[in-house]
Design a protein around this ligand. Structure first.
Ligand SMILES: Nc1ncnc2c1ncn2[C@@H]1O[C@H](COP(=O)(O)OP(=O)(O)OP(=O)(O)O)[C@@H](O)[C@H]1O
Ligand SMILES: [Mg+2]
Length: 340
């Protein structure tokens, strides 16, 4: 089954053609980072406008890269999937309108996909044999979620962020340090040359809860910088390495506590922050020591992309088919993870 998937939840306009959920025939990602960099965050109105400009060319490009001529859309594409939420209202709307137009014109079924399920199943693209149950850790710009995935579409959400998401903490820390947006990749790069033990930032383990809270580390950084302004490149690298270490240890500690508690044998990471070099290394090493299998997507599938939406859509239609109510097909900026 060839699914044309559309992702427009935030600041990436992405379209992908995915065969049977795992064979990515094409994935085109048009990033808006240049537009939002000067604001140190995504400006919703600018994001919507950019999606409007980008969506048609990105659809054409994705079809072209997959070797499908637009005139053959009806013959070659079996269903159209789109991110229905959570995300920015205006941005979601553009993807939904494009998907509904294509599905309407060519009489194709529509599959609404929760953006978080895209991140959760993005590892499946490169690991065809993975099966639930597993612990899912979504670490992105807007989320830090720990989820027991009992089966496809059967979730127990253990905890989430109480304040800043992991990616948001990296982005805000970068701003304090005078670095560029998005902050995660820049801090990651500088941290590679720094000493992670130089500054002892707090590890907010929140014992007795599966929630996360990263605003404390952020405030600790702010207070540290008031007393110790950045002196030189080495000092900056040490701050980045110490900050990254505190976030990575917190995520790793709680995830491995959860696999023990719920007797799971696999952890799957997803979301932009899973591109972090230390987080990848720490999870893989701790997994090896504890005999827990770790799956982390390649960098292209960590941040927002439509291939992960095509993958999640395929899994969903296998279980639920193509019958969705108008409510399920309506973009919902604050959509929660729901069982299928
Ligand atoms: N190497 C890295 N280390 C740490 N963070 C990173 C790295 N690369 C990207 N990020 C962070 O990932 C985030 C973007 O990820 P993603 O695109 O999944 O988030 P989003 O789609 O905006 O949020 P959500 O998925 O919650 O709606 C940014 O906050 C960015 O700083
Ligand atoms: Mg995302």
């Amino acid at each position: 089954m060839n699914i044309l998937a559309i992702e427009t939840s935030c600041d990436e306009t992405s379209v992908s053609v995915v065969l049977d959920g795992v064979e990515v025939k094409s994935v085109v990602i048009s990033s808006q980072i240049k537009i939002h960099t000067k604001f140190f965050g995504v400006v919703p109105e600018l994001a919507s406008r950019a999606h409007i400009e980008n969506i048609n060319p990105v659809i054409y490009q994705a079809l072209n890269d997959a070797g499908i001529k637009f005139v053959n859309f009806s013959k070659k594409i079996d269903a159209v999937a789109f991110t229905v939420g959570p995300g920015l209202a205006g941005a979601l709307l553009i993807g939904a309108i494009a998907a509904k137009s294509l599905a309407g014109i060519y009489s194709k079924p529509l599959i609404p996909v929760n953006h978080l399920e895209g991140h959760l199943y993005s590892s499946f693209i490169e690991n065809k044999s993975v099966k639930p149950p597993f612990l899912g850790l979504i670490i992105s710009g807007g989320h830090t979620e720990l989820i027991v995935v009992k089966d496809f579409g059967k979730y127990k959400v253990l905890g989430g962020t109480r304040d800043d998401a992991a990616g948001e903490a990296f982005d805000k820390a970068a701003k304090m340090l005078g670095l560029s947006y998005p902050g995660g990749p820049v801090i990651d790069e500088k941290a590679e040359n720094g000493n992670p033990s130089a500054i002892k930032f707090t590890r907010p383990y929140l014992k007795g809860s599966w929630d996360f809270s990263f605003s404390g580390i952020k405030t600790a950084l702010l207070n540290y910088l008031k007393e110790n302004p950045v002196e030189n490149e080495k000092h900056l690298n040490d701050i980045c390495a110490s900050f990254r270490q505190a976030i990575a240890e917190t995520l790793c500690f709680k995830s491995f506590e959860a696999v023990r508690e719920f007797n799971l044998k696999q952890i799957i990471l997803g979301g932009g922050v899973s591109a972090n070099l230390l987080i990848r290394k720490m999870f893989l090493e701790t997994g090896r020591k504890n005999k827990i299998k770790i799956f982390i997507p390649s960098l292209i599938y960590c941040t927002d992309n439509a291939a992960m939406i095509g993958c999640a859509a395929y899994l969903k239609q296998k279980k639920c088919g193509f019958k969705y109510s108008n409510t399920q097909l309506k973009p919902n900026p604050s959509l929660l993870l729901e069982n299928w």
